[in-house]
Write a protein of this length. Structure first.
Length: 366
């Protein structure tokens, strides 16, 4: 009974709950641990302001994004470095660099006014598997402040190179790692976490992500999936194509992908920021195959960008790519005015889509 109640209340499965809360060994203990986790998440603060003013929030440490050479990463980080003064520069000079991306360094707060600063080496837009690295950065920063016995920490949205802050994606990643950190903490430990949002868009994104996490605290907000870029699809539709015509390489070990469609525009072809999970329904994907059949399943949105897995191209010079996806659910928020306008523009295509699905649920590219 506790298994069913736990899964209905917090989402996910008992197995994922036990993995998330290592001290819980029975369904009842998992329920209690997830309930406590939800309560702890409610105490995470989102404050509108600038990161260089974070000491006014009464925190012990501030997480500052940096490059691999420990230079400030973004305007907010530059202001923190300037306020910390020459003492910070002298301390950083003794640290060997470049520092591995996704890791963090602890420094004294110097003139900044806090016990310490956590220099977090953030990914940029060209970083392979950048979203995974971003996960590692937030997780490492939270572990570091606990390592130095801090009772509180403030951090902001980490920018992604010239792309700047991608508010929605960054908030999902940060909130997931906050949840994971709080779930793994010992019961006798506590950490006050303050998210500093420099504008209303970032503040709204973090508040929305926290609200969504509180509803299903035992489920992730994002899933990183291998991606195919070809054509728009609907759930239950089938698509037959030659995998050699794709602009990305196909991972032969995978049987499910994120299918992302292309849309022609005035400035050329662009990727649609939404898609459908597809399952390979006619054998496994093969780089030498001339036919691949996939069937659409769940729909998703794409809050970030397509990313290379590594810098090793296949025989056609293509790269394996991944994307962070957000699954669409029946619990989605009330649609905005923009959502309603977009929906109205799609109405003329509904009959055509229905006909395609009913016609053997078969589709070919284009």
């Amino acid at each position: 009974a506790w298994t069913r109640i736990t899964e209905m209340t917090f989402g996910g499965s008992i197995a994922s709950g036990q993995s998330r809360c290592p001290h819980a060994t029975s369904p009842w203990q998992v329920y209690r641990a997830l309930s406590n986790l939800r309560c702890n998440l409610k105490h995470v603060e989102v404050a509108h302001g600038e990161l260089f003013d974070a000491c006014s929030l009464g925190v012990d440490a501030v997480v500052v994004p940096t490059s691999a050479n420990l230079e400030p990463y973004g305007n907010a980080a530059r202001k923190v470095f300037e306020k910390a003064g020459q003492g910070l520069a002298e301390h950083l000079n003794v640290i060997s660099r470049p520092v591995e991306m996704g890791t963090v360094c602890w420094t004294p707060g110097c003139d900044f006014g806090t016990q310490g600063l956590v220099c977090a080496v953030a990914p940029d837009a060209s970083t392979c598997n950048g979203d995974r690295v971003m996960h590692e950065v937030y997780a490492a920063a939270l572990r570091k402040v606990l390592e130095y016995d801090c009772q509180s920490v403030a951090f902001g949205a980490i920018p992604l190179g010239e792309k700047g802050v991608q508010a929605e994606l960054t908030s999902y990643i940060a909130v997931e790692e906050i949840r994971n950190f709080l779930a793994s903490m010992d019961a006798d430990k506590a950490l006050r976490i303050v998210i500093v949002a420099f504008n209303s868009q970032v503040k709204e994104a973090f508040e929305k992500s926290l609200t969504r996490m509180l509803r299903r605290v035992n489920e992730d907000l994002l899933e990183i999936m291998p991606a195919l870029v070809l054509d728009c699809m609907l759930p239950k539709q089938r698509l037959t194509f030659d995998p050699r015509m794709l602009p990305v390489a196909v991972n032969t070990d995978c049987s499910r992908f994120a299918m992302i469609g292309l849309m022609p525009g005035a400035l050329g072809t662009t990727r649609i920021p939404a898609g459908v999970e597809v399952i390979v329904s006619d054998g496994q994907a093969s780089g030498n195959s001339t036919k691949m059949v996939v069937t659409g399943r769940r729909m998703f949105t794409l809050p970030g960008i397509l990313q290379k897995v590594d810098n090793n191209p296949d025989s056609q010079g293509r790269f394996h790519c991944v994307a962070s996806v957000v699954w669409r659910t029946d619990e989605e928020e009330t649609p905005s005015s923009c959502d309603l306008k977009a929906s109205a523009r799609l109405e003329p295509l509904v009959d055509e889509w229905i006909a395609l699905v009913r016609n053997g649920r078969e589709k070919t590219p284009g």
